[in-house]
Design a protein. Structure first.
Length: 435
């Protein structure tokens, strides 16, 4: 074996290790971030006790939504850290903050103990989680992009949304397990804390591993050759506004697809289509687990045809598949509902793989994490927080239960126009593919 092949093998091992550690952190972050939503009904009683249970749930979801508001701020702070001081520093900081915030929620005193301070502290902890989440995706995507071999890059990056879905599934499973094993009175007293406490050992394990990783070679080389003061935020808004707008647009479509297709549908099945909560949870859980396996397959395909083509195909799939998919869900049969949502996971998986692989390719290394983090976070605020609300309002206003499908078709058309009309190959530099 030549010294060149030995170096290649060593690099591949480091790239796999870097990818594994990065996606493990994303898995833990999305577990910590999502578990709040799955115990929302219990939190509503513990932190917002009132005679109106619906008001308590609405207040709880306002706290849940507060995490989205601060995501762009977290993106800018962690993006600056990642672009100026290294991806490793950013990834360590984000997992510490997310885990600490989840652990604090687990030990918070309740409304019965400290009154209005309880929901206020809960909101602060939730905002800390959102701040952390704003930096995780951009940091992980940039880090993996800079480590992965070019011929495997799309596949490696597709593991980010895949494990994020698995993190959500674990959160749902842990919340369901606690609710099943712990009596209702005990669940209100202390059982709701158990899923949050899991954040402590998960966070410690991830921190230990992230402390041992190396920074990406591309970042290290750029930092070593940098001879001037580097201000990532200023440079991004000064020199890369068109790229930022395209990343935001792509991320907006992806987040609408995510929160309509995997979050809103749970309420859609139970509140609008008349399925029981148990049936609704089962349908969604089957679909998201399937999606976690679909996404890497789409990522592997992207290594062969490119992330831009994967995005185009995903948008076309949204346009063609979504209305038949939701029509099957509306048929009143659980089997058809499962098949319909599984069909809807095809454009979802393609869009996830294409979005995460393409975003880092719009920016050079010196502003990559800032650009990806901020563009994606703003898309998450508008698409993630806005789409379910708009879908609910439109269904109530029109009485048409296919409204979510029409929304996904509309955003598929928007994504198609953006990618086909504005995304071009960047011929000036091989450090990033698109402009």
């Amino acid at each position: 074996m030549t010294s060149v092949s030995v170096k290649d093998d060593l690099y591949k091992k480091k790239a796999k290790k870097a990818t594994g550690v990065a996606v493990l952190g994303t898995f833990i972050e999305y577990y910590d971030f999502s578990v709040f939503g799955y115990v929302a009904a219990t939190i509503a009683v513990v932190f917002f006790p009132s005679g109106d249970s619906m008001a308590g749930i609405m207040n709880t979801f306002l706290v849940f939504g507060s995490a989205f508001v601060v995501r762009p701020a977290g993106a800018l702070v962690f993006g600056h850290i990642g672009d100026k001081y290294g991806r490793k520093a950013s990834l360590i900081g984000s997992v510490i903050l997310m885990s600490v915030a989840a652990a604090l929620i687990a030990v918070l005193p309740t409304y019965a103990q400290i009154g209005l301070w309880a929901p206020l502290l809960l909101c602060i902890c939730r905002m800390l989680q959102g701040f952390s989440a704003g930096g995780e995706i951009g940091g992980a995507a940039s880090y993996i992009r800079e480590w992965a071999p070019a011929q495997r890059r799309n596949f490696y990056i597709s593991l980010i949304p895949s494990v994020a879905v698995m993190g959500k599934a674990l959160a749902a499973g842990m919340a369901a397990l606690a609710a099943t094993l712990v009596p209702e009175a005990a669940m209100l007293e202390w059982g709701w804390r158990l899923p949050f406490l899991l954040a402590i050992p998960l966070g410690i394990a991830c921190l230990i591993m992230r402390l041992k990783i190396e920074d990406s070679p591309e970042f290290s080389q750029k930092a070593a050759s940098e001879t001037r003061e580097h201000t990532p935020l200023k440079e991004m808004f000064r020199d890369h506004r068109p790229a930022l707008a395209k990343v935001f647009s792509i991320a907006l479509v992806q987040n609408v697809g995510t929160y309509i297709g995997t979050v809103f549908v749970a309420t859609y099945f139970s509140s609008i289509l008349g399925f029981s909560k148990a049936q609704s949870s089962t349908i969604v859980l089957i679909a998201v687990i399937a999606a976690a396996f679909f996404i890497p397959v789409a990522g592997q395909w992207g290594t062969k045809i490119g992330s831009k083509k994967i995005l185009v195909i995903s948008y076309l799939a949204y346009i063609v598949i979504t209305i038949p998919s939701f029509s099957m869900m509306n048929a009143g049969s659980m089997k058809l509902a499962i098949l319909g949502l599984l069909l809807g996971m095809i454009p979802y998986a393609l869009c996830q793989a294409g979005t995460y692989a393409s975003m880092p390719e719009f920016f050079p290394v010196e502003v990559r994490q800032t650009g990806v983090s901020f563009g994606h976070s703003v898309g998450a605020v508008l698409g993630g927080a806005g789409a379910p609300y708009v879908a609910t309002w439109l269904i109530g206003s029109t009485g048409d239960t296919l409204v979510p499908a029409y929304m996904l078709v509309l955003f598929g058309l928007i994504g198609l126009a953006v990618v086909l009309g504005t995304v071009r190959t960047n011929g000036k530099s091989l450090s990033h593919i698109y402009r």
